[in-house]
Design a protein around this ligand. Sequence first.
Ligand code: ADP
Ligand code: MG
Length: 353
Amino acid sequence: MTHRLELDHVSISFGSTEVVRQVSFQLPEGYIGSLLGPSGCGKTTLLRAIAGFEPLAAGSISLHGKHVSSPKQLIAPEKRRVGMVFQDFALFPHLSVTDNIAFGLSGVPSQQKRQRITELLKLVGLDHLAHQHPHQLSGGQQQRIALARAMAPRPEILLLDEPFSALDPELRGQLATEVRALLKQDGITAILVTHDQTESFAMADQIGVMHQGSLHQWDTSYNLYHHPVTTFVADFIGRGTLLNITVADKNSIDTPLGRLSGKLPEGSEAGLQLKLLLRPDDLHLTTKQDGIQAKITGRLFQGADYFYTLQLDSGDQFHCLAPSHQQHHVGDSVTLKLDIQDLVLFSDQGFAL
Ligand code: ADP
Ligand code: MG
């Protein structure tokens, strides 16, 4: 199968500093990918390399099966047919909405041009604003026009760099969901760069978590949450706690929450010290007598539920969620029931076993 985009051990350096290290992933046609990670981890640099603005120190990038970047070769950005959308909407202030979108279509016969603009304005739901100028539009509307302009020439791939970060937080998640639907309707392959996991989750089919220039995991949101491959991903995605545990025998471990059984990695010997990932949804408060005793040391109201911080006699802390109509207070002693599907264990070096 030919992928729309393929990165093979891509490294990028500025001077002697390597800021992207050995990154590989593949994105099939029509899929939406996302590069997710903290500020400064190399997301924008990688996106700029895909667009053709940064040369590679090692590895290769292919678009539709054709090599476009390697240390020896750099096909110019305008020959790659990539579309780009950035944080600062970057519309032309002196042009109407229609003319802004038309800008991406220079050289297209006028009849076709009109048709495509009408189609895109309908798609982004702003056909009533065709003759307005950017300053007459809200931030969300401007960003939808910037998106329409980038989609207009039907790029091989659309690259979106933090396109929602200048918008209100409430608008962001909503727009991410809308943009996903628009790209899917138009069959466009895209990559979203963001530091915000809710945007990645709302928009992408596949997400790559980056840290200090390395891609830790390229996977679905479900797998990033439930099967993180490093402690960095476990910590960065969702909420959770890493507990120190000791292997007791072939199929059980000793944890601060007591002995747990489950499938252990091949060759785990008794006495081996590992870390166990505990998600807030792995624990439930119960009114039954038997269970794990803990004290509530913090709580956060989240609407539908409370996010509780709990502490054991041993001093170990972890979290759990409970419906907000059953209120518990800081200082209360509670009983917990564990409901762990799989034991997600990590080595001392931070790798999943
Ligand atoms: P992100 O988009 O994930 O926030 P960037 O790709 O912008 O991260 O930056 C990654 C690293 O590369 C940072 O340490 C940044 O300072 C550095 N960097 C980015 N662009 C340049 C440049 N043109 N020259 C030198 N260093 C750069
Ligand atoms: Mg960036």
